[in-house]
Each structure stands twice: as structure tokens, then as C-alpha cells.
Write a protein that binds this ligand. Structure first.
Ligand SMILES: Nc1ncnc2c1ncn2[C@@H]1O[C@H](COP(=O)(O)OP(=O)(O)OP(=O)(O)O)[C@@H](O)[C@H]1O
Length: 322
């Protein structure tokens, strides 16, 4: 089966102090239809830059994609001219964000925003598009869907606004949905509802979802597979069950150790000491080595992702040969 999204060897750079430095390097991942892959890691590790690169939203002079292939349903979209990318964005792939107002237009009714995408990409008339928008609002469970189509984003609560953004993203039935921390700003109950909705929609539409989060609890709820990022690289990837039962990379283990445990309230929260290295001062070898409790000879060399089992891989020579 062709992956809905296949990224191979992605490299994305930013200009800092007159020189270009990679924020994402040698990133490869496959996403099958009807699968959710969670991309996890601390703030600044390159999760959003990965998604923005796929969407073709990183371009000079601010940044540039200098390597790799991005295959959307088998077609390489890396380096497509902007006009061609525009016809793919919002159609075969779409993105949702933590803050819906990033994606929504404050001075346009929500119904027209869903309809606009259908008019541009599908050539529907306004009436046809609004009819479809109403069905989408019902699908994302916005109560009184028909009446609310004529309202503006500020008239919706935070959770309902997320549903509007999801409806806009799903308008053209994309093969790939990139979700960048879409539930992080919501309170826990609403977050659970939106996660449940996304799971249902994924199954119903057979979509591939790349779900960006720093929250391992959310990963457990929504993902089939996990890719852990550190300093612009994937350091471990595998099925959720394997990553949660046998985290191998010292960074993945540190992420788990940093989760507060309700069953052990006395235990001190084990935060990860030190900082992520800045883009212009990346170590040549393992990027986690300066913070790693298992550091030893060999860590000063570049690390490659090595298989631990058929689907589980780790970028650490110590963990790979333990
Ligand atoms: N426009 C930019 N110019 C320069 N550097 C940038 C730019 N955008 C992102 N970066 C850098 O790229 C790196 C990766 O950032 P990114 O936003 O992808 O991290 P993230 O993992 O998504 O974090 P967060 O969870 O905070 O969004 C960071 O070091 C960031 O400072």
C-alpha cells in the first residue's frame, strides 16, 4: 500500500547570524492511510518545522528546505512551485493548529470559510458549498449547525472554534491531516472530546494523521505509532505499545521520567537537566550526549537510527546494543 505521506531525508534550515543551520535533519517517516503517528519532544526540537516543511510553508528568506523528498500519496511535493502547492494544500493535505485563530479569518462567517475551500478546490457553487459545510458542522458535532454557519469565529467557545477549524481542514476530505498541538490550549474535558472526535474522523475518512504534541498522555490516547524528536532528529520511533513498554533512547526514558505520577505523589519530578543545544552549536555526535546519564566512548560520533525490532528503531549506539 502506498503511504499517504512519506518523508525521506528531510532537511530544513534557518539563517542565523549570516549562516544557514539545520532545524530538522535527515528526518524520515512514513504515514499510512488511517494511521496516527505522534511526533513528540520538548519545545524547540523541530516538530512544527517538520509539519510546516510538509505544508511548503517554509521558504526563503526566512528558511529553506535543502534536502529530502516529501511524497504525498506517492507524488513528490518538495520544491513544487507555490501555485501548485496551493492546489494541494487544503485539498489532499490540511493542517490544524493549537490556536484556531491562526487558521480562521476573524471577519468571515465560519460557513463561508468552510465553503471557500470547496469552491476553490472542488468548484462548487456557494449554495452547494454551504450545504456541504452544514453537513461537516454536523459531522464535527457543532450543535445547531445550520444556524451557526452564519456566525463569526469570536462567537464560538474555544472547543467549538477547534471544531470549526477541523471542519475547514476536512472540507475537501484530505488524505493527510497535520495536527500541531490542537488540544494543548483546551481544558482536560474538552481536550478528551476533541481527541475522541479526531479519532472518529480519522477512522471514518481513512485519513493519515501526523499529531504533534509534547504530552505523552495524549500520545497514549490517540496514536498508533510514535516518533520522538530531539534537536531536529528522530531519536526513536516505533509502535505506541513498544515505546511505552520499552523506551530505549535515554531521551525517551527521560521524557517518561518527567511525567508526574499520581500514584507516587512524593516522588520528585525528574526534569531533564541541561538544555537543547542551539541550532548554531549542534554537537557533531549524539545531540543528547551533553545531557545524557549514559554517555560513554562512541557518543561523540554521529548516531544512526538502528532497528531494535522490525518496527522499533533507536538513534543511540548504547541502547541499540544493550
Ligand atoms: N523562523 C525561524 N527562524 C529561525 N529559527 C527558527 C524559526 N522557526 C523555528 N526556528 C527554530 O527551529 C527549531 C525548531 O522549532 P519548532 O518550532 O519546530 O519546535 P517545536 O518542537 O515545534 O517546539 P514547540 O513545541 O515550542 O512548537 C527551534 O530551535 C526554533 O528556534
Amino acid at each position: 500500500m502506498t503511504p499517504a505521506l512519506a518523508i525521506a531525508g528531510l532537511r530544513t534550515e534557518f539563517r542565523i547570524g549570516g549562516a544557514w543551520h539545520p532545524a530538522v535533519s535527515d528526518l524520515s517517516l512514513d504515514l499510512m492511510p488511517n494511521e496516527t503517528l505522534a511526533l513528540v519532544g520538548e519545545s524547540g526540537c523541530g516538530k512544527s518545522v517538520t509539519a510546516m516543511s510538509v505544508m511548503g510553508l517554509i521558504r526563503p528568506p526566512v528558511g529553506r528546505v535543502t534536502g529530502g523528498r516529501i511524497l504525498l500519496e506517492g507524488r513528490d511535493i518538495a520544491g513544487l512551485p507555490e501555485a501548485e502547492l496551493e492546489s494541494v494544500r487544503g485539498d489532499r493535505m490540511a493542517m490544524i493548529f493549537q490556536e484556531p485563530m491562526t487558521a480562521l479569518n476573524p471577519v468571515m462567517t465560519v460557513g463561508d470559510q468552510v465553503a471557500e475551500s470547496l469552491r476553490i478546490h472542488r468548484g462548487l457553487s456557494r449554495t452547494e458549498a454551504l450545504g456541504r459545510a452544514r453537513a461537516l458542522f454536523e459531522e464535527v458535532k457543532i450543535p445547531s449547525a445550520a444556524a451557526r454557519l452564519g456566525e463569526y469565529p469570536h462567537q464560538f467557545s474555544g472547543g467549538m472554534r477547534q471544531r470549526v477549524m477541523i471542519a475547514v481542514a476536512l472540507a475537501c476530505d484530505p488524505a493527510v491531516l497535520l495536527a500541531d498541538e490542537p488540544t494543548t490550549a483546551l481544558d482536560v474535558t474538552i481536550q478528551a472530546q476533541v481527541l475522541g472526535l479526531l479519532s472518529d474522523l480519522r477512522a471514518r475518512h481513512g485519513m493519515a494523521v501526523l499529531f504533534i504534541t509534547h504530552n505523552l498522555g495524549v500520545v497514549a490516547q490517540i496514536a498508533d505509532r510514535v516518533a520522538v524528536m530531539y534537536a531536529g532528529q528522530i531519536v526513536e520511533q516505533g509502535p505506541v505499545g513498544a515505546i511505552f513498554a520499552r523506551p530505549a533512547h535515554p531521551y525517551t526514558r527521560a521524557l517518561f521520567a518527567a511525567i508526574p505520577r499520581l500514584d507516587r505523589p512524593d516522588q520528585a519530578l525528574s526534569a531533564i537537566g541541561g538544555r537543547v543545544p542551539p541550532l548554531d552549536a549542534m554537537p557533531d555526535g549524539c545531540r543528547f550526549a551533553p545531557r545524557c546519564p549514559l554517555r560513554r566512548a562512541g557518543c561523540e560520533l554521529p548516531q544512526t537510527l538502528e532497528p531494535l525490532s522490525e518496527e522499533h528503531a533507536v538513534r543511540c549506539h548504547v541502547a541499540a546494543h544493550a
